[in-house]
Design a protein around this ligand. Sequence first.
Ligand code: GCU
Length: 605
Amino acid sequence: MKMSNRLKNLLLGGILLFSNALFAEEAPLIMNVSGRQTTSQDGQWKTIVDPFENGYYDYRLRPYDGGYAQDKTYSDKHVLQEYDFETDKTLFVPGDWNTQRPQLYYYEGTVWYRKHFTYNLAEGKRLFLHFGAVNYEAIVWLNGKRIGEHIGGFTPFNYEITHLLREGENSLVVKVDNKRKPEGVPTVNSDWWNFGGITRPVTLVEVNEAFIRDYYLQLKKNDTCTMEGWIQIGGSKKAETVRVKIPELKIDKEFVTDTNGYVRFEMKAKPELWSPENPKLYDVAFCLGDECVKDQIGFRTIQTLGKKILLNGKEIFCRGVSIHEETAYYSGRAYSRDHAETLLGWAKEMGCNFVRLAHYPHNEEMVKAAERMGLLVWSEIPVYWTIHWGNEATYANAENQLEDMICRDKNRCNIVIWSIANETPRSEARLAFLSRLAAKARSMDSVRLIGAAMEKEEIRPGLLTVNDELGEVLDIISFNEYVGWYDGTWEKCDRVNWTFDIDKPVFISEFGGGALYGLHGERDELFTEEYQEELYIRHINMLKRIDGLAGATPWILKDFRSPRRHLPEIQDDFNRKGLISDKGQRKKAFYIMQKWYREIQEAYK
Ligand code: GCU
């Protein structure tokens, strides 16, 4: 795992979208914030809904920092002011605004967030401001000074604010803009709700002058007896002595960094291997002086061998399901441990050992809960549908999101597939764009597979395949197909077969069809539970005929909000392909999947 050169890309890429790149002071990502000295900023923030961005642009459409970011209170009735956070409404952070206020249900635009906080920072300590994610563009001010901006709705970012704190109350203002943009990642069209807001936790992180900023520790590729890792110190220009401690393995090793604060190392060890059946995690401490960052890390190997996927050298079948980052019951952006454990508990109940976290990096709680619960993970960046393949800033944005995803989760052993795209139309430019992303992912991470959701093709009536040059670049032949829903009815499943001419594992990243929970009728009546049940029965029989099928993640665990789904009384802004309703009710097809996965589990014992 090479240390990411994120800052260079950041300055070259996404940030350049803004004319004032000079203000960018984003600091390299701090690893494992929850394992550190933190102060949460979650709770009710004051907000201003600003559809015309009046708080940011003057009447000549020029950006000016003298707007809402100055957080002036409207007290002197002789001084004209046309905003006042103090007397405006609040929104809860973390969380989307769409499900917090009926007027914001469809809102796409700017909302200003403001939080006041005090902080006494001791001499010799440093303070960082960390955001789990903001969808989609954030500009951040502290005490009226612009400290940076970030693009990308599903990855973390942080700023050092040590020298910007003031005595007493500090004013933190964030301009959040979730407008979709053609050059964005994702672009303007998707099949999920464009939840806007500070959608993940905001945290103050206190560290020493020199501190362990980042680290990596996993098994060496295909070697269950050697751990490899590295440590990156922040704030030091001299060699430092660091320690790695894994008490249960009686490991307590010392390493000395170079003058950039970086050291790579290897250690002989024979850890109990992580697997879905035995999700073994070790307490690991990374120490510099008296300060240790503690994590829980699992160790495993993943590789392909012809059409097989091997976990710890043993063939597995990925009994998966796709999941959007959307809470059960109120169907808003998920962010908490409870949200994660509810959704993943449903996946376990269905018999899963794998989840596809679609179509963007989910929050850390989701990935960590999956690791604890014994669920392998497919993690994905939102390079989705009609991305602007020829736009260099779009590529830099996609690469930053890929880097941030890998940087944040590189120590999560349950992530076994990095996915770089979903259903992207084939073209030279798209192949070049995705081949660059795949190379970037491989340069950062040698111990995971690279996938993407490609699309199928009917080479002649009744014979289907994947005919996509991208398949040469990926480690698996992963693709979405909807035989029986978008492609014929369920009877078509009986009369089609599949053929693949690449000797790689076949992984079906989406299949399925819609049903409204509680709607019953004839088995050929669309959107009834009976139709969906029959579709799953016939589809699974079709999948059983595929040579080299190594995994499947049917679309999707739970009904989810989508602005594309308008059928009154049936969809009502929900995509109804869930195996479970948005209210947690299991549909008939859920039990068909559960039965199949039980059969597979038996067969792979
Ligand atoms: C596509 C896409 C999903 C979408 C699904 C559907 O495969 O990847 O994001 O929700 O189809 O149409 O329901």
